[in-house]
Design a protein around this ligand. Structure first.
Ligand SMILES: [Zn+2]
Ligand SMILES: [Zn+2]
Length: 355
């Protein structure tokens, strides 16, 4: 190992660069150093650079990556050096009060499980450090290539959480709002959990096509029809059992409340980045007495969940690589990042190759 490595950082709000950084220090007893092999750029990386979590200085970006264990702390016996591992975007401690209460994504404080490229350096570097490694490293099965496994870090975990939190009855009806990568995985997740009818709301043709390949039965194009009316008519006026909000906007959140029938569930995995309030339509909410439930989730992490997500790839229940629209070498990452900012050229996910 040389003494420095390349890292893609947020220098300050609004500016990014590929720089030389010191290698991570030797791992603590329950830490690990991973040599990065593949990574994915996330829309949240672009939010961070715009200032969504406040100012940061030379913070390494990225929270979706897999690689090979380069160095292990003395307490980490669950994997060995040289082994391929996936690490979730969320790396809780699994010891604090919130973790013990069953909400590890809220580790220590609200959203506190999110550490990469937030409170510590992220994964867009030749090496990255993993905290609480015993609970956060997941070995990648032999048969799964890194470029598939890397989708378990955020897109599959978050999208599937959207479906899991939606309390879908077997054979039930689901509407998934927005078919970005997270929404697409919510569509697959709904199918895997036994939904009888999946309605995907999306206007971009490439995303509509992928939604069909991932199991959507119906596509509602909100640029051509009112999505609430369309969903009601597809369900004989009754509304759906479950609605998944995977965009993070007032208009889609509100539509979720409107399209779910009495007693149904709204599952929110979208990031609501604007305004002081998210408003609930009062009458569609039964003036507060409709038995409609709103659930929220932040990308669940941990070895056990990651192993289950990897199994779904291994057993060919899902092929997440259909979402890889662009590939870049690590030295081209700035180009990939700007593509994710502009969402040009039909981009869904840009894959970054470190090897
Ligand atoms: Zn992400
Ligand atoms: Zn914790």
């Amino acid at each position: 190992m040389s003494k420095t490595m390349k890292a893609f950082v947020m220098q300050q709000i609004g500016s990014v660069a590929l720089v030389e950084k010191s290698l991570p220090p030797d791992p603590g007893p329950n830490e690990a150093i991973v040599r990065t092999s593949k990574a994915l750029i996330c829309t949240s990386d672009t939010h961070t650079v715009k200032g969504a979590i406040g100012p940061r200085e030379n913070l390494t970006l990225g929270h979706e990556a897999v690689g090979v264990v380069a160095k292990l702390g003395s307490e980490v016996k669950t994997v060995r050096e040289g082994q391929r591992v996936a690490v979730n975007a969320i790396t809780p401690c699994y010891k604090c009060y919130n973790c013990q209460a069953g909400y590890p994504s809220q580790c220590t404080e609200m959203l506190g499980g999110w550490k990469f490229a937030n409170v510590r350096d992220g994964v867009f570097a030749e090496y990255f450090r993993v905290n609480d490694a015993v609970a956060n490293l997941a070995p990648i099965p032999e048969s799964i290539p890194d470029e598939s496994a890397v989708y378990t870090c955020d897109m599959m975990s978050t999208g599937f959480a959207g479906a899991e939190e939606a309390a879908i009855p077997i054979g039930g009806t689901v509407a998934v709002f927005a078919q970005g990568p997270v929404g697409l995985m919510a569509t697959v997740g709904s199918r895997l959990l036994g939904a009888g009818l999946v309605i995907a709301v999306e206007s971009v043709p490439k995303r509509q096509e992928l939604a069909r390949r991932y199991g959507a039965d119906e596509i509602v194009d909100f640029s051509k029809q009112d999505p609430v009316e369309a969903i009601l008519s597809l369900t004989d006026g009754r509304g759906v059992d479950s609605a998944i909000e995977s965009l993070g906007a007032q208009v889609t959140f509100e539509a979720c409340i409107r399209v779910v029938h009495e007693g149904g569930t709204i599952s929110n995995i979208g990031y609501h980045g604007e305004g002081d309030y998210v408003k609930i339509p009062r009458l569609a909410w039964g003036v507060g007495m409709s038995d409609k439930t709103i659930h929220t989730a932040l990308c669940p992490g941990g070895t056990e969940r990651m192993s289950r997500l990897l199994r779904l790839i291994e057993k060919q229940r899902v092929d997440p690589t259909l979402m890889t629209t662009h590939r870049f070498r690590f030295d081209q990452i700035e180009e990939a990042f700007h593509l994710m900012e502009t969402k040009e050229d039909g981009v869904i996910k840009p894959l970054i190759d470190f090897e």
